[in-house]
Design a protein around this ligand. Structure first.
Ligand code: GDG
Length: 457
């Protein structure tokens, strides 16, 4: 079997890989033997003009450096202040600055240049996510003929959103240089087909095949999963309820998200407020714990969302708290995975209400963590990719505080039979379509593409 080369924005260099994506790719690389290439993590004044080796893992690891300027324009700029908001339907938060786009092009070309000396003729190259849309095209310019695939972890924008990019046609030029592009959900595939047609004249020539400027591309949906078995064990072995004594008689409702404006945290706070206003019987019977580690601080939109959520939590607590009960606990720092697993298992409600989300792994982790005999209820936004796979959740529109509050009330009163039935259906998907399934399915499709062209480099 040919060697697998994974390229992602960040090279995980810690001893213990954590997070679904890192575990998935780690497993895939271990089994086929391979190479992982990514950013070293901290910008440096004088970036090395070669990739840096990090021995000591079960596979090879090579990192590239970025100068502060490149990091600012390519990563904070075009990736996180243009592509991220636009792909999440928030063009109003995008900063369109030509310097960002230039930085993105320049860094993509540089990564390709640094990679080429390390590639072998039979490598399969798997590029991850929106920070690296342009890498495949840059590798092709340098004569790389190997099979190259891309997987997009976040939503693909619909035509009206795509039109707010500074370079919509170029996006499709980049993407059609890959042999295979993978998406989280069928809505992304539909958006890709429609936007590509409208913005660049990309033609759909088969169920999963597209053509642009003589290049043919395969596109398919591969919903990412979690390492379900290990999460189940982690939740089972988690520290017991004594750790969360503060809950007293109240049932726990939990949300866990990076503090990002795409996750719909203020909207869910308002829905909770709506619940407490409309059903006073639930006072002191439900306690909402929101864990939201900060992310990308220093970017204005992230500082704003933090202020808004802090304000709302304070206001709701001021309005409803009693001497014995704090309605919302809003915690702005990360917790270890095993603690989260234990909290999910104790929760009556898992609240996953993004306004836009590629998949949302927390939804799957919540399901995996439940006791099948007495499971909690998942409230899930229709805008999370996970909603396509788990229609047995209570599916809500996160913009609608009334509907979300009604789902909270119904989760509180749901019979044990109904909870078990819904949970069993969701658990089956989480177990069957786990992270191992995801990487194997993707790599098999890429392998099929590798028989199409003979590498020349
Ligand atoms: C992107 C896409 C797509 C969160 N807080 C803590 C913590 N987490 C872990 C969760 C989960 C992961 O981080 C978050 O994954 P999500 O999928 O929910 O969201 P993004 O970070 O936005 O990820 C997303 C994903 O890529 C994969 O393709 O699903 O749509 O946006 O695993 O548990 N982990 C720990 N402490 C925390 O406080 N240990």
């Amino acid at each position: 079997m040919s060697r697998l080369v994974v390229v992602s924005n960040r090279l995980p260099l810690g001893e213990n890989p954590s997070g679904g994506l890192v575990v998935a790719l780690d497993d895939a690389l271990r089994s086929s033997g391979g190479l992982w290439i990514g950013f070293s993590g901290e910008p440096v004044e004088d970036p090395a003009e070669e990739l840096i080796d990090h021995p000591g893992a079960a596979f090879d690891r090579l990192s590239f450096d970025l100068s502060p300027e490149d990091h600012h324009n390519y990563y904070l700029g075009f990736s996180n202040s243009v592509l991220w908001p636009i792909c999440h339907g928030r063009a109003d938060l995008a900063h369109l600055d030509p310097v960002y786009l230039d930085g993105y092009r320049k860094v993509s070309a540089r990564i390709a240049r640094l990679m080429v000396p390390h590639l072998r003729p039979d490598d399969r190259i798997w590029v991850q996510d929106y920070q690296l849309f342009a890498l495949g095209a840059e590798l092709r310019k340098l004569g790389v003929r190997n099979p190259i695939g891309h997987f997009l972890h976040i939503p693909f924008p619909a035509p009206a959103e795509c039109a707010t990019l500074p370079n919509p046609a170029e996006l499709f030029d980049w993407m059609t240089h890959y042999d295979l592009v993978g998406f989280q959900a069928s809505r992304d595939m539909d958006n890709f087909a429609a936007s590509g047609f409208h913005m660049a004249g990309m033609e759909q020539i088969g169920l999963n095949t597209f053509r642009l400027d003589g290049r043919t591309l395969r596109a398919e949906v591969f919903p990412i999963g979690i390492d379900a078995q290990s999460f189940i064990e982690e939740a089972r072995d988690a520290p017991d309820a004594d750790q969360v004594r503060f809950l007293t008689n109240a049932r726990l409702m939990i949300g866990v998200d990076r503090l990002d404006y795409s996750k719909g945290i203020p909207q869910r706070f308002r829905a909770f407020q709506q619940l407490l206003e409309s059903i006073p019987d639930l006072h002191e019977k439900i306690s909402f714990l929101q864990i939201a580690p900060p992310t990308r601080s220093g970017v204005q939109a992230y500082d704003d969302i933090r202020e808004e959520t802090e304000y709302l939590a304070g206001r709701i607590n001021g309005q409803f708290a009693t001497l014995n009960w704090t309605p919302i606990r809003f915690i702005n720092r990360p917790y270890p995975r095993e603690v989260l697993a234990g909290l999910y298992r104790q929760a009556r409600i898992g609240l996953v209400t993004p306004l836009a989300d590629g998949m949302n792994l927390v939804a799957k982790e919540f399901v995996a963590a439940q006791d099948p005999e007495d499971p909690g209820v998942l409230i899930l936004s229709r805008f999370a990719g996970a909603a396509e796979q788990m229609p047995e959740a209570l599916i809500i529109n996160p913009h609608d505080a009334h509907e979300t509050a009604a789902a909270m009330a119904s989760a509180m009163r749901m019979s044990i039979e109904e909870r078990r039935e819904r949970h069993a259906a969701m658990l089956q998907v989480v177990l069957e379509k786990d992270v191992g399934w995801w990487s194997a399915a993707y790599l098999e499709a890429l392998e099929q593409e590798s028989t199409k062209e003979q590498p020349e480099n």
